[in-house]
Design a binder for this molecule. Structure first.
Ligand code: KG4
Ligand code: ZN
Length: 381
């Protein structure tokens, strides 16, 4: 393994915490991170020198499927059952004893408040028991920083397109914690639009990946759904009209496999086409060439192809997390948590979480660039 570079903002290695030397003798702060903001329970261990040592995830999808969406109280109760065993598994897989940890990170918001509190309570308690700092992480900052885990991480500054089940944002990212919102959806998020139209087609929750699968056999152009906001300048988005349009096109027709596939294809193309145009506009508006795409919808292959094509044509490049880190996970929370712990941030002893938490209120974290302007090269093992 190549000698690891320092994590952005890394203080000199002699300040690394006790027990933070890895087997190779390299100093590296190691964090445990928990994610519990919605319907995924997850734990991960990240070392600033050794990279991602373990990540464990339990998806509650089956639990919520019969209700057609996430039931918050059931989600909270299941996190209580799942989180501690996931922590134990992650620590064992990482070969890490609690004494080797420099801190415990957790998703402190935004998200379902009960679900967030289960992770906050466990993380805060473990940190207290182990006498290490706890750090609350903004879930969307986790998504934004997930591509830093890849071998070829994005440089700063860049524009980020954050497309998840609850959020759709275009953000100018000039560093960790330096987020300027350029545009966002005024109603449904992109993932929500996938999920709601998928439901109309009788697909199970969560509908995004199911709809994408169905769209593969659909014929493009049979259904041309509205792409609001494209005819207007600016970077605002809107997806709520899509479900009404889909409902309209299904009215009075037999839901044959061909009809479902053609509708799915039309929906996917409308969402992807809208996002691609707006992403290019955001790069133009900010004078940047690099785009980072993250959040659950960034797993969508048609979106990736459209963005690669549109941004490549301008001489730019698109960066994504690996597919498993597009949707919710604890590895991305560990990246943000480690950066913030290194910057000296800490939680108080109170167990706190925030259902709402504006992204642009976060504090900036200093980081170091390498010669290419890339950061966090050391985060991949
Ligand atoms: O980031 P995420 O796991 O959770 C939130 O923080 O919201 O995103 C979940 C969303 C869901 O709406 C899901 O349908 C969507 O991401 N999604 C997809 C795909 N995979 C997940 N949407 C379209 N195509 C996919 N392949
Ligand atoms: Zn998420």
């Amino acid at each position: 393994m190549a000698k690891a570079k320092a994590f952005p903002g890394a203080p000199p290695s002699e300040t690394a915490g006790p027990g933070a030397l890895d087997e190779a003798g390299r100093a590296g702060l190691r964090v445990l991170a928990l994610e519990s903001s919605c319907d995924e329970s997850a734990a991960a261990v990240l070392d600033e020198s050794g990279g991602l040592l373990a990540h464990e995830l339990y998806s509650q999808v089956e639990l919520h499927r019969i209700y057609g969406g996430v039931v918050p109280e059931l989600a909270s109760r299941d996190h209580v059952r799942r989180l501690l065993p996931l922590v134990e598994r992650a620590l064992a897989a990482a070969g890490t004893a609690p004494q080797q940890l420099a801190g415990v990170a957790f998703t402190a918001g935004p998200g379902l408040i009960g679900a967030l509190l289960t992770g906050a309570a466990l993380a805060r308690s473990l940190a207290y028991a182990w006498q290490v700092p706890a750090i609350g992480v903004h879930h969307l900052e986790g998504h934004l920083l997930a591509p830093l885990l890849e071998p070829d991480p994005p440089p700063f500054p860049h524009v980020a397109l954050l497309v998840s089940g609850g959020h759709t944002l275009l953000i100018e990212v000039t560093g960790i914690g330096r987020y300027r919102i350029l545009g966002e959806t005024s109603d449904d998020a992109a993932g929500e639009a996938f999920d709601k139209t998928a439901k109309l087609l009788g697909l199970p929750y969560p509908g995004g990946p199911e709809l994408a699968r169905l769209a593969q056999s659909g014929t493009p152009g049979v259904f041309q759904y509205p792409r609001p906001m494209l005819d207007r300048p600016g970077l605002e988005l809107s997806f709520s009209g899509l479900k009404t349009a889909v409902l309209h096109s299904l009215r009075g027709r037999e839901l044959t496999p061909k009809l479902r596939a053609d509708v799915a294809r039309g929906v996917e193309e409308a969402i992807v086409g809208t996002l691609a145009v707006k992403a290019v506009r955001a790069l133009e508006a900010s004078g940047l060439d690099m785009l980072v795409v993250s959040g659950g919808v960034s797993a969508n292959q048609r979106l990736r192809a459209a963005l690669d094509e549109a941004i490549g044509r301008r001489g730019g490049r698109v960066y994504y997390p690996r597919v498993e880190f597009c949707t919710d996970n604890a590895a991305m929370i560990a990246v943000a948590g480690l950066a913030r712990l290194k910057a000296g941030e800490r939680e108080g002893l109170a167990i706190q979480a925030r259902a709402q938490w504006p992204l642009d209120t976060l504090t900036a974290v200093p980081f170091q660039h390498d010669a290419t302007g890339a950061a966090a090269q050391s985060l991949h093992a």
